[in-house]
Design a protein around this ligand. Structure first.
Ligand code: NAD
Ligand code: ZN
Ligand code: ZN
Length: 337
């Protein structure tokens, strides 16, 4: 099968023919139809994070397609099902986190396109218990971005503990952020979208943002505080350390900073304000299988629509270059077969 393979951190991916993976017990084989390109894939192939991806690696955790084979012991999916393979490839199912609905933080979880091969290929194996089921009303191309960008922002919005009618801020209106705006509206929140690029802010407005702020023109956090007294929650999807502090400044008393983006480095936040204002600071990693199914269902109902540009696997290195320079509007989805 054709696949895009990372061989050395920082090097371009190599398009080559590799063996179709063998289906193990509890697994299914998916013929990939479409695969979204997440900024995490770029971090993975650059070796950006303290825990490195495996090499050689087939990246991708927004691969969707049709089940063509099932292994022993599989009862959750059957041949012909339309599924997607998420970042949460599998988890142990028995640790304290898995037992309490927090499978995303299972310490022995495996990650699609990071610790196991992912969807930048014509075929990919999946743990049949962890695939997302794609609603009939969604095309493969429209479903792919929901597999990570969608579920991640939907879950992060839940983490803000905001109620309908309250304001949330979305920092970074890229692949994740443009879906965050739409999930936030679907959940009844008022949305302020922040980016450094007016084209991204136009996209946020198209999808219902109530207010947009270009953070190269004003001090966004202080500006948002002055406009409406601050937000209940701020979600940071911008690949920029500075945006965490800006987002913090936008939060009103008792509100939450939800860290989603993963640039290298640390966040420095003031202790005094955090204590006096009882600010919650939380990390948020993708979503559980339940979150994923809810996120897919909302997209299936037409409440959330991914904005995507179609491309092909052979162009992955160009796609990564465009992502680095911030040129992509919404998501790039590669069509495989
Ligand atoms: P993307 O490249 O599509 O979008 C990033 C956006 O941030 C762009 O619109 C860019 O203009 C904007 N931006 C850059 N600097 C900014 C700044 N200073 N202020 C405001 N906006 C700014 O990336 P993506 O695919 O949406 O991923 C975003 C980040 O989220 C990545 O670091 C990725 O690894 C991470 N991520 C985390 C999770 C998780 O579960 N926590 C899941 C998926 C992705
Ligand atoms: Zn576990
Ligand atoms: Zn992702």
């Amino acid at each position: 099968m054709k696949a895009a393979v990372a061989k050395k951190y920082g090097d371009p991916l190599v398009i080559e023919m590799v063996n179709v993976p063998k289906v193990g017990v509890g697994q299914c084989l998916v013929k990939i139809k479409a695969s979204g390109v997440c900024h995490t894939d770029l971090h993975a192939v650059n070796g950006d994070w303290p825990i490195k991806s495996i090499l050689p690696l087939i990246p991708g955790h927004e691969g969707v397609g049709e089940v063509v084979e099932v292994g022993l012991g599989v009862s959750d999916v059957k041949v012909g099902d339309r599924v997607g393979i998420p970042w949460l490839f599998s988890s142990c199912g028995t640790c304290e986190f898995c037992q309490t609905g927090r499978e995303t933080i299972c310490e022995t979880a495996t990650y699609g396109g990071y610790s196991v091969n992912g969807g930048y290929a014509e075929y990919c194996v999946a743990d049949a218990k962890y695939v997302g089921k794609i609603p009939a009303s969604l095309s493969y191309e429209a479903a792919a971005p929901i597999m990570c960008a969608g579920v991640t922002t939907y879950k992060a919005l839940k983490q803000t503990k905001a109620s309908p009618g309250q304001w949330v801020a979305i920092y970074g209106i890229g692949g994740l952020g443009h879906l965050a705006v739409q999930y936030a509206k679907a959940m009844g929140f008022k949305v302020v979208a922040v980016d450094i690029d007016d084209k991204k802010l136009e996209l946020a407005q198209k999808y219902g943002a109530d207010m947009v702020v270009n953070s190269t023109k004003v001090e966004s956090g202080k500006f948002i505080k002055a406009q409406m007294g601050g937000v209940q929650g701020a979600i940071v999807t911008a690949v920029s350390k500075n945006s965490f502090r800006e987002a913090y400044d936008a939060i009103k008393n008792g509100g939450s900073l939800v860290a989603v983006a993963l640039p290298q480095g640390s966040i420095e936040l003031p202790i005094f304000e955090t204590v006096l204002k009882e600010i919650h600071i939380t990390g948020s990693l993708v979503g559980t299988r339940k979150d994923l199914q809810e996120a897919l269902d909302l997209a299936g109902q037409g409440k959330v629509k991914a904005e995507y540009v179609l491309d092909k696997l052979e162009n992955i290195n160009d796609i990564f270059n465009k992502m680095k320079s911030g040129e992509i509007i919404g998501r790039t989805v590669m069509q495989l077969t």
